[in-house]
Design a binder for this molecule. Structure first.
Ligand SMILES: [Mg+2]
Length: 366
């Protein structure tokens, strides 16, 4: 079977089945969180722990040169990698970057890429400590970020419990609408202000480091991840990791004025982008109901809006056990007072999954 038939999630599951921590390896007990979360969590001797994560940007899969400047691309490479550290509640410290370079690529492009990356890292106090370069058919960058977190404060995807509130920072769907604009018109023909805002959200994501850290420090988030592949897919990941289901409140999903204006102008439902659109790099997290208001106050203090968008439920099939339907049927959507299974609700809105290996064009990431 080819990877395109299997899809990203099942490819990763197949890889993980071959992976077992060697029992004889004396440090195996130091890996507090292994594959399957935003970062690996590895305890070190001082009692603190390293967060280690890797990400990649591939020409043709994640970006086209005609869309962004090399500096913007470098900034983006850093931002999407640090976003995974934010999602665990950690502080990023170091980054390594390896580049695959087509021999015909101008050196100025590579230097500008580094410039954009370096400025982003400096802003967040992160040191570039190494990397590698090699010839490649298409440009690609592989980043490894290392951060720190107190093991007791790290927030994994697996801590959500029935009754927890589902919350999200910022607004949803902007980056996907920006991607659609770039695919349709390219970078140059974007005079309208809402379109420019949406494109900037696609090209210049912001890692929510302060918010992720604050949620962890105040022990507010019970589970957390960053929205890289869209609410539908990422909430499903959180639910699978926690062995729970969820109900989303469709009318509560945060839509930016730019996205609403774009939807009106192009006769598309903004909910389509909010549910299925990836690359917003906002934080999706769960909190105990009693902590929801405190959470909103804390993030308001950081000038980052957050919204309660749903509730964690028991799974439909397992009555609280971790048994769940294989197609992600444990997520429902409350819309206009009626409950819909996510799949049928999404299908009714012509939502196509934002999953790797199933789409030939640029956009979307793991
Ligand atoms: Mg992530």
């Amino acid at each position: 079977m080819r990877v395109a038939q299997l899809g990203e999630r099942r490819v990763i599951e197949a890889l993980l089945r071959t992976w077992t921590a060697p029992a004889s390896f004396s440090l195996a007990g130091q890996v507090l969180v292994g594959p399957g979360d935003d970062c690996a969590l590895v305890k070190h001797r001082t009692g603190a722990a390293w967060l280690v994560t890797t990400d990649q940007l591939i020409e043709g899969t994640h970006f086209e040169w005609s869309w962004s400047s090399p500096a913007q691309l470098g900034r983006r490479a850093g931002a999407v990698t640090l976003s995974d550290i934010a999602a665990m509640g950690g502080v990023p410290r170091y980054l390594l970057v390896s580049l695959g370079l087509p021999p015909g690529l101008g050196t100025a492009v590579v230097i500008q890429f580094y410039g954009g990356l370096r400025r982003l890292l400096t802003r967040h106090g992160v040191q570039l400590i190494g990397g590698d370069t090699a010839a490649a058919a298409r440009f690609h960058a592989v980043m490894v970020a290392i951060g720190e977190v107190e093991p007791a404060l790290a927030v994994a995807r697996s801590g959500a419990r029935p009754g927890d509130c589902i919350m999200v920072t910022g607004s949803l769907g902007d980056a996907a609408a920006g991607l659609q604009l770039l695919r349709r018109a390219g970078r140059r023909r974007t005079a309208r202000a809402p379109a420019r805002t949406l494109i900037r959200r696609q090209l210049e994501p912001t890692p929510r480091l302060k918010a992720g850290r604050a949620l962890a420090q105040h022990r507010l988030a019970t589970a957390m991840l960053d929205l890289s592949d869209g609410l539908m897919i990422d909430l499903d990941r959180l639910c699978r990791a926690s062995g729970v289901g969820a109900t989303l409140y469709a009318e509560q999903l945060p839509l930016s004025p730019s996205l609403v204006a774009y939807g009106r102008r192009t006769r598309q439902d903004p909910l389509h982008f909010a549910l299925a659109g990836g690359e917003d790099y906002e934080l999706l997290f769960t909190v105990r109901p009693a902590a929801a208001a405190r959470c909103a106050r804390l993030l308001r203090h950081l000038r980052l809006p957050c919204r309660l968008i749903g509730v964690i439920t028991r799974t439909a099939t397992g009555r609280g056990s971790s048994v769940r339907a294989p197609d992600g049927a444990a997520i429902t959507v409350l819309s206009a007072g009626r409950l819909h299974p996510l799949r049928s609700f999404a299908a009714a809105r012509r939502i196509r999954e934002f999953e790797h290996f199933r789409r030939p064009a640029a956009g979307g990431r793991a």
